[in-house]
Design a protein around this ligand. Structure first.
Ligand SMILES: Nc1ncnc2c1ncn2[C@@H]1O[C@H](COP(=O)(O)OP(=O)(O)OP(=O)(O)O)[C@@H](O)[C@H]1O
Ligand SMILES: [Mg+2]
Length: 486
């Protein structure tokens, strides 16, 4: 056998319920079958005993009528019935009737008239018979009999018997009928209970289905409408109560998700508003700093230095504010511009800017001969390529080889930026696209890195319906941006 029967503990609830019903039915049937057989046997034996006693009475009567005390009038008494055993013994040996015939009649198991042989007579002699009927097995020829014996006034022992084979076969027939009808009943109960259990547990399937669908929902961010509920719950049933509890739980989670979304929206709006509001004063600060530098009057060196710092820091702050504003707008789902963008040209431009910014790196381009056009927001895509190349420039030492490549793959375009620098620090890798994630070495701090560059890459790519992946180890870091062409 290849398949092994599973342990009952691991059966489904349906299988357990059906098995329990079948076991109960089987137990009840076996009990009733056994009781029916026992009581039928008792009833039939009682009837046989009644017949036996009256047959015995009649037989004694025929013997007592005998005028000759030394001889008996024989032959089976009229109406004794087929199979009745008559035996008359005088001092342990078979007596004869007035025709000289032995009074010894029985019917064998084949229904033929027969005589008891000496073994059977010995069996009767030693059975200790009395007036109360008892069962004696007289061997295969004759079978078992209920026997009584009585003494006549002449000192004869008259034994009368009735075979119990008919009782056995009747009880056997009853047992066969009970077993057959039980087997049919068992099949019926199996079908019926399977149908009923399946029907009763159907609401549980609905509960499980709802729970499964909810578990497949992406609840971690955004506005998630949690509309799933268990349908048709009946609070009067146990399963209905489970469904009701699940619906209550879902209402609660739905409320929490809405509250979270509202609070997220508020925070995003605040960041967008704050960044927007900061742009004007920042532009003023830069403007005034520049204006002050043009002052014709001689300015002390320390003030010139301070003004230069004000200008550079406000420029840095402006970049930060612009980045935050862009992220906030992408978060709120503000639509992007959709124009044809020649990614080949864009990559060439950004690479040549990078080459100008760091001639010490080795810049390489791997572009297909034909232009790679996609539909998207030109400035934002420019920012994606620029951020990746800026990272390859600022987070690697001079002399590092940086390669920007473009591939057309069906409806998708792959932009790859690979460098053979030291790689992204291992602790940073899982969260490298999260906001404000950045390496903590002094070079990065000095370069004014904010940790927003890659989160902008990820957000812009997502807003274009694409994705970005990274693989990094010491000696090779590759960012792959995959974008749909339209
Ligand atoms: N090509 C790279 N090689 C090594 N480390 C990198 C590379 N690109 C990114 N990193 C690491 O990932 C961090 C996050 O990069 P990200 O561009 O988001 O921020 P940043 O470059 O630090 O700051 P920003 O781009 O906002 O000026 C960086 O600080 C750096 O430690
Ligand atoms: Mg960066």
């Amino acid at each position: 056998m290849t398949g092994r029967l599973r342990r009952p503990a691991s059966w489904t609830l349906r299988a357990k319920l059906v098995a329990s019903v079948l076991l109960l039915f089987l137990a009840v049937t076996i009990l009733t079958g056994t009781l029916t057989s026992i009581s039928s046997r008792q009833y039939l034996t009682q009837q046989v005993d009644d017949d036996l006693l009256s047959a015995s009475q009649r037989f004694i009567g025929t013997l007592d009528d005998t005028p000759d005390h030394g001889r008996v009038r024989g032959g089976p008494p009229a109406g004794s019935g087929n199979g009745v055993l008559h035996l008359v013994l005088r001092d342990g040996t078979v007596a004869v009737d007035d025709h000289g015939q032995e009074i010894n009649y029985a019917v064998n198991v084949r229904g033929q008239n027969d005589r008891l042989d000496s073994d059977e007579i010995t069996e009767i002699n030693t059975a200790g018979l009395g007036r109360a009927p008892s069962t004696v097995d007289l061997g295969e020829d004759i079978g078992s009999y209920r026997l009584v014996s009585a003494r006549t006034a002449d000192g004869l022992t008259a034994v009368t018997g009735v075979p119990i084979d008919p009782i056995d076969s009747t009880v056997r027939a009853i047992a066969v009928i009970v077993a057959g009808s039980s087997a049919i009943g068992l099949a019926g109960v199996w079908l019926g209970s399977t149908y009923l259990v399946r029907r009763s547990l159907q609401p549980l399937d609905r509960v499980a289905g709802t729970a499964r669908r909810v578990s497949q929902l992406d609840l971690d961010s955004g506005d998630v409408p949690l509309a799933e509920r268990v349908p048709d719950v009946d609070p009067r049933t146990e399963v209905g109560q489970v469904g009701l509890a699940l619906n209550g739980l879902l209402d609660n989670v739905d409320g929490a998700l809405r509250a979270r979304h509202e609070s997220e929206t508020r925070v995003r709006r605040f960041v967008a508003d704050a960044s927007h509001e900061l742009r004007t004063p920042l532009a003023s600060i830069r403007g005034y700093a520049e204006l002050s530098k043009r002052e014709p009057e001689p300015i002390p060196d320390s003030v010139t230095h301070a003004l230069a710092r004000v200008e550079s820091e406000s420029l840095r702050m402006q970049t930060l504010v612009e980045d935050l504003l862009l992220l906030a707008r992408l978060d709120t789902g503000r639509p992007l511009e959709r124009v044809r963008v020649d990614l080949t040209l864009l990559t060439m431009d950004v690479t040549s800017d990078a080459r100008a910014a760091s001639p010490d790196h080795r810049w390489e381009l791997d572009l297909p001969p034909e232009p790679v056009d996609i539909t998207g927001d030109h400035d934002r895509l420019h920012q994606v390529v620029a951020n990746l190349l800026a990272n390859a420039r600022t987070h690697t030492p001079p002399g590092t080889r940086v390669r920007a490549s473009l591939r057309h793959e069906g409806d998708l375009v792959q932009l790859r930026v690979t460098d053979n620098g030291p790689g992204i620090p291992e602790a940073l890798r899982p969260d490298v696209f999260e906001r404000f994630t950045r390496g903590d070495d002094s070079r990065q701090r000095a370069s004014g890195s904010t940790g927003l560059g890659l989160s902008i890459v990820a957000a812009v790519t997502r807003a274009h319906g694409g994705r970005v992946d990274v693989s990094s180890r010491p000696g090779q870091t590759t960012f792959t941006v995959t974008l749909p062409t339209s």
